[in-house]
Design a protein around this ligand. Structure first.
Ligand code: NAP
Length: 265
């Protein structure tokens, strides 16, 4: 066997070393429904222990009970708002108190809002900036030290196709997701040599409560959700599992996922 063949064999053996997620601990914000809940379900099936956060205690607890019905699944449900520093500090503290480690951080909580700039509601702008940007920063501020202390872990951000391509009426949402990408890339540079991988996923249209919460008009809903086949939250969860299961030397940083039918942003 030549040296070249030997090193190719070593390389392919390494490529087969998928990261085993069993026993890992994941913190997911915005896990009460939609993409966050789908990620929680997918990770629980791979033996990941879960700390879940969202504001509505009933929906969060209903998901946690459903997950706990499967043998061996361990779930903490900690209701709260990602804009509340005390909630985030408590979420991380209680997760560490229960399991002593955090391996996966998913700052997923987010919301949308569309309006032309000249007609926008400043209160909604502030809400978007606070949840989509400040909430993500708080989650990192308290969530990163445990990963760095163990020199291991993975952060998966939920950005959006809107971070790449904006549209009239979607400027403020796009701005929050551009901010997520900037934070993610800076974080990547800060921690990638410290054993922590960073990924930001940029979905196109995903059929969740997102469009209702954002208050989209019936015409826009029709265009996004009925005139084309949208992605499902499970499609995004599958991508998250794919990213997390890569061998330790492989870091998938940015993933743009559109529905096949989606032409513009
Ligand atoms: N759906 C899409 O088309 C799409 C496309 C690209 C990117 N994304 C991004 O994907 C992420 C998840 O969106 P989704 O589609 O799953 O939306 P969703 O179905 O509306 O779910 C949002 C989740 O976040 C929680 N949440 C909202 N505000 C919160 C806050 N202030 N504090 C804590 N939790 C909060 C909600 O629960 P509570 O209301 O109980 O708090 C819910 O569990 C977001 O960052 C979104 O921007 C979505």
């Amino acid at each position: 066997m030549s040296d070249g063949e030997a090193s190719a064999d070593v390389a392919s053996a390494r490529a087969d070393e998928r990261s085993d997620l069993r026993g890992k601990v994941a913190v997911i914000t915005g896990a009460g429904g939609g993409i966050g809940a789908a990620i929680a379900i997918a990770l629980s099936r791979r033996g990941v222990r879960l700390a879940l956060s969202a504001r509505r205690a009933e929906t969060l607890e209903a998901l946690a009970s459903r997950l706990r019905a499967d043998p061996g699944v361990e779930v903490l449900a900690l209701p709260g708002d990602v804009r509340d520093e005390l909630h985030i500090e408590g979420l991380i503290r209680e997760t560490l108190g229960r399991w002593g480690q955090i391996d996966v951080l998913v700052p997923n909580a987010g919301a949308g809002y569309r309006a032309p700039i000249a007609e926008g509601d400043p209160a909604r702008w502030k809400q978007l900036l606070d949840v989509n940007v400040y909430g993500v920063l708080l989650t990192l501020r308290y969530g990163m030290p445990p990963l760095l202390a163990r020199r291991s872990g993975h952060v998966v951000f939920l950005s959006s196709v809107a971070s790449r391509v904006t549209q009239a009426s979607n400027g403020v949402y796009s701005a929050t997701k551009c901010a997520v990408n900037a934070i993610a890339e800076a974080l990547r540079q800060e921690v990638t040599r410290e054993g922590v991988r960073v990924t930001w996923i940029e979905p196109g249209v995903v059929a969740t409560a997102f469009q209702d919460v954002a208050g989209y008009s019936p015409e826009l809903r029709q265009r996004l959700l009925e005139d084309q086949r949208p992605l499902t939250a499970d499609d995004i969860a599958r991508a998250v599992v794919f990213v997390l299961e890569q061998p330790a030397h492989v870091s998938i940083n940015e993933l743009l996922i559109r529905p096949s039918d989606q032409v513009s942003a």
